[in-house]
Design a protein around this ligand. Structure first.
Ligand code: NAD
Length: 493
């Protein structure tokens, strides 16, 4: 049984029930956690709030030193962290080893830029004045994350927030809390107590964090529906939000694309983490000239993707995270087929991979914009193919969306690439190399995919306020103060 992490120590819940965490590949119990309560959230926020009054005064260089120690601890614990990520979430272990390394790199990045990024001096408007800005932390930040990259999406929040002098209250996904608890216990435990706290549980814990008057900012990654609800509640008390939400990202393969790159690239961008990636290639547009050979080769490639338990080094793709997720994907494919889409590969559960929530990597052809597999976000291994006449039509179709998280294209034609980049609204635009993130480059969504940015300097500023300081070093009474009759001559007529 894992405890909550509050005030720098493992803490039992105040009245919470027990939730069993299941391995989605085997359906075996992995461990148990508390379903936290409002009293647990209260204790965590109080601890974070007390700690913040001290943490914000710790010199940035000392905060950087402590964060570099966190990165060292993450790398030292990568074997266990990656195993826990695999057992609770189902991703292949190699992807989870990468995830832990990306977390460590992100912590190192923010340790450095937070101590080097500061306010600026501002030209004064009169004599003997000095004007400058300083960057201040917001206070307590609530961090609510989804199941698909439990540590990475958390690190994108807590590394900049803590580096900037905030303290955090974390709510992991109710499906994947184990690696997060381990990370707090093993890698963040040398930070002062209360700087980082974890309350496990579901929506009720998340709502208690969102509603708490001492939580200054909610950093959320998850579905558009939940993000919209959080934004509405936060607006009622003018709390800040940073929202990383869903996406139905387009992927365009132009007629000049090298299929030796585009076929495996699209397959990886769609089937990575069993298609449970916010930026995966969810609407695939093939220009007519290459549509047949591309589809044929994609179907062949898909046959080589090995399903299995993520701890098996030969596994390329694990299960979906839950029975609910599996049911939803099955339903979306069923409705698309009923409306005329054709199954070129997969299109069924794959029980021979294990007793868990396995769904075969699937290729659907004959897809049209009205099909549920492109109108709704499909969080599963479904490649939905639409064939378009030419580059112009491809760009127009790709640009047509209410979402705007990412987009990826394959071409060496500069004109098409830049036209697509200009027309498609997306926070990240990948050309010939999908889904690669860069700690120094901002990541986030437009439209229904969210607001605000993580990573880069913008990801640090998401957790800081700017204060303008005006100093007059020769105190004197100003001629523009009361009484105004001394300025009567300035009034025209
Ligand atoms: P989800 O929205 O169901 O849950 C996300 C988190 O919110 C979980 O911790 C959940 O317990 C919590 N939550 C649920 N209801 C809540 C409420 N009423 N108040 C506060 N918290 C609440 O999402 P999910 O199924 O875990 O993840 C999949 C979704 O996340 C997809 O839509 C995907 O596109 C999106 N996502 C976005 C990004 C991004 O960076 N934009 C990254 C990964 C995933």
């Amino acid at each position: 049984m894992r405890q909550l992490w509050i005030d720098g120590r493992a803490t039992p819940s105040r009245g919470g029930s027990v939730r069993v965490i299941q391995d989605p590949a085997t359906l075996d119990a992995v461990d148990e956690v508390y379903e936290g309560t409002a009293a647990d959230v209260e204790a965590a926020v109080q601890s974070a709030s007390d700690a913040q009054t001290r943490w914000r005064k710790v010199p940035a260089v000392e905060r950087a030193r402590l964060l570099h120690d966190v990165a060292i601890a993450l790398r030292a614990d990568r074997a266990r962290l990656s195993e826990l990520l695999t057992r609770e979430g189902g991703k292949p272990r190699i992807e989870n080893l990468d995830e832990v390394e990306w977390c460590a790199a992100c912590v190192d990045y923010y340790a450095e830029i937070a101590r080097n990024s500061h306010g600026s001096s501002v030209p004064p408007v009169a004599e003997h004045q000095i004007n400058f800005t300083i960057k201040e932390p917001l206070g307590v930040v609530g961090c609510i994350v989804p199941f698909n990259y439990p540590l990475l999406l958390l690190t994108w929040k807590i590394a900049p927030a803590i580096a900037a002098g905030n303290t955090v209250v974390i709510k992991p996904s109710e499906l994947t809390p184990l690696a997060t608890l381990r990370m707090l216990e093993q890698c963040l435990s040398h930070l002062p107590g209360g700087v980082a706290n974890v309350v496990t549980g579901g929506a009720a814990v998340g709502e208690a964090i969102v509603d708490h008057p001492q939580v200054a900012c909610i950093a959320f990654t998850g579905s558009t529906a939940v993000g919209t609800r959080i934004a509405t509640k936060a607006a009622a008390r003018l709390a800040r939000v940073n929202l990383e939400l869903g996406g139905i990202d387009p992927c365009v393969v132009f007629e000049d694309a090298n299929l030796d790159v585009a076929v495996p690239g699209v397959a990886w961008a769609r089937f990575l983490n069993a298609g449970q990636v916010c930026t995966s290639a969810k609407r695939i547009y093939l220009v007519e000239k290459i549509a047949a050979p591309f589809t044929e080769r994609l179907v062949e490639h898909v046959k080589t993707i090995r399903l299995g338990h993520g701890m098996d080094p030969d596994t390329d793709m694990g299960p979906l995270v839950s029975a609910r997720a599996l049911q939803r994907v099955e339903d979306q494919v069923g409705r698309a087929v009923a409306q005329g889409a054709r199954v070129a590969a997969g299109g069924r559960r794959q029980p021979d991979a294990g007793p868990g929530h396995f769904y075969a990597p699937t290729v659907l052809t004959g897809v049209v914009p009205q099909h549920p597999v492109v109108c709704e976000e499909v969080f599963g291994p479904i490649a939905s193919i639409q064939v378009v006449k030419d580059a112009e039509e491809a760009i127009a179709m790709a640009a047509r969306s209410e979402y705007g998280l990412g987009a990826n294209i394959y071409t060496s034609n500069l004109t098409w690439a830049m036209q697509a980049m200009t027309e498609i609204k997306a926070g990240t635009f990948w050309i010939n190399d999908p889904l690669t993130d860069n700690d120094a480059a901002p990541f986030g969504g437009m439209r229904k995919s969210g607001m605000g940015r993580e990573l880069g300097e913008e990801g640090l500023d998401a957790f800081r306020e700017t204060k303008h300081v005006h100093l007059d070093f020769v105190p004197e009474k100003k001629p523009y103060w009361f009484p105004y009759r001394q300025r009567a001559a300035e009034i025209p007529g």
